[in-house]
Design a binder for this molecule. Structure first.
Ligand code: ADE
Length: 419
């Protein structure tokens, strides 16, 4: 399979959208120019499993410009932008295996196709490539220099693999870099989730009772943006510290059991399974809407919803299925419970992906340069990469900051000046 896309006729549109996104990715563009000059990734075979979007197109173009031989497959069946898949395969020379709406078998066929490239470096958003290497394609593990992981859920999976002694090559928790999760997870997910819900439903958020399940960086972003648009926001949590923080940030905090009969729109962003389930659906109001913005479609327990329903009306609106419960209430499921920001909208804006993907590109370069020194375990992104990306981003925004004076540097490293 040379590539597998939906429609070669979409190339022009894909190029147009890739260029539009690129204009808002100045840091990645600078890195692309340097990598192209230095050919830091020359000879590296890369398989990437990412959301196939205009922003991702600019990341994989950067890796290719640096000398890598790159292939790409989808990291979610509903996030692929078919025009981008076409432009990547036919214009930018990056074979892409991704079709919007692909079924489960095709999704895994595409993962297999990406691994048939026999990569030295993999890049994941959700850890599906690494997990396939460590289970089905163990023969490839010895050739892999390093692997990058983009998202919280993927890092959770990798740490579980590490605990079980399964990790056979260095993996970088790119998600945990400050330039990634403090910005992409919070401001990216915050804005794009609301965008996805609004495109799917045309909902007026002002005055709505919105339940945000999970107060990690993503949950914080959505709660803050929903409040900014006039919603009454309730947060549910399992972590006492996060719950306390949400309370003091001014949100109502309560259990899912208490929130279920109050909420009008529910959004899950926990990285866990079964967050909204049978007993919650049973308590919800007629017309309640449920959406997920976590990586996998397991946060809303859809099999419970199906079992409780006497009728399912698919596609009452694009990206909305209506479940009519045996008690007569209707529950509206958005985007099949898959991440709504990519299923119904375009994912995070390019400006914030600029930072995440700058970290990805620089960490890939770091891993290739330092391959002899890296252990087979989960690694942090080096602090210097975070600082470099933050400085470049500030510069691109025309923002200057102060530098420490000699006296201030000394003060910060001494103990003898007190009261
Ligand atoms: N994850 C969230 N938004 C994204 C985007 N625009 N491109 C790639 N991955 C994403």
């Amino acid at each position: 399979m040379a590539y597998d896309i939906k429609d070669a006729g979409l190339v022009k549109e894909g190029i147009r959208r890739t260029e539009w996104a690129d204009a808002d990715m100045p840091v990645l563009k600078l890195i692309r120019k340097r990598l192209a000059r230095e050919q830091s990734l020359k000879g590296v075979r890369m398989s990437c499993c990412l959301h196939v979007t205009a922003e991702t197109a600019n990341l994989v173009r950067t890796l290719k410009a640096g000398g890598a031989d790159v292939v790409l497959c989808a990291s979610n069946p509903l996030s692929t932008q078919d025009d981008i898949a076409a432009a990547l395969s036919l214009k930018y020379g990056i074979p892409t295996f991704a079709i919007h709406g692909e079924d489960h078998d095709t999704y895994y066929k595409h993962i297999d196709a990406a691994l048939a490239h026999e990569p030295n470096v993999t890049m994941d958003d959700g850890a599906d490539l690494v997990s396939a290497v460590l289970t089905k394609r163990k023969d490839l593990a010895g050739k892999i220099i390093a692997s990058m992981e983009e998202t919280t859920t993927g890092v959770i999976r990798l740490r579980a693999m590490e605990k079980d002694g399964m990790i056979k090559f260095p993996v970088f928790a790119v998600n945990d870099a400050d330039c990634k999760h403090l910005f992409d997870n919070r401001y990216g997910t915050g804005q794009s989730t609301i965008d996805g819900v609004m495109r799917a439903t045309d909902l007026l958020l002002a005055g709505k009772k919105v339940v945000v399940c999970g107060y990690g960086m993503c949950g914080r972003g959505v709660a803050t943006r929903a409040r900014g648009m006039g919603a009454h926001v309730i947060v549910t949590e399992v972590d006492p510290l996060r719950a306390l923080e949400a309370t003091m940030d001014g949100f109502w905090v309560m259990s899912m059991k208490e929130a279920a009969p109050i909420g009008e729109l529910f959004v899950t962003l926990t990285g866990n399974a079964d967050v909204i389930r049978k007993e919650h659906f049973a308590a919800m109001k007629d017309g309640a809407m449920v959406a997920n913005s976590g990586h996998f479609n397991v946060e809303i327990k859809i099999p419970d919803l199906e079992a409780m329903s006497k009728q399912v009306r698919r596609g009452v609106r694009e990206n909305v299925d209506e479940f009519v419960l045996k008690n007569g209430n209707r529950i509206r499921l958005l985007g099949e419970g898959r991440l709504i920001n990519l299923a119904a909208a375009e994912g995070h804006p390019a400006s914030v992906m600029d930072m995440s993907f700058a970290v990805q590109a620089l960490t890939t370069e770091f891993a290739v340069k330092n391959k002899a020194k890296l252990s087979a375990s989960v690694h942090k992104v080096p602090r210097e990469i975070d600082e470099q990306v933050a400085s470049l981003k500030l510069k691109s925004m025309g923002i200057s900051i102060d530098a420490l004076t000699e006296r201030q540097k000394k003060y910060l490293t001494s103990w003898d000046e007190g009261t």
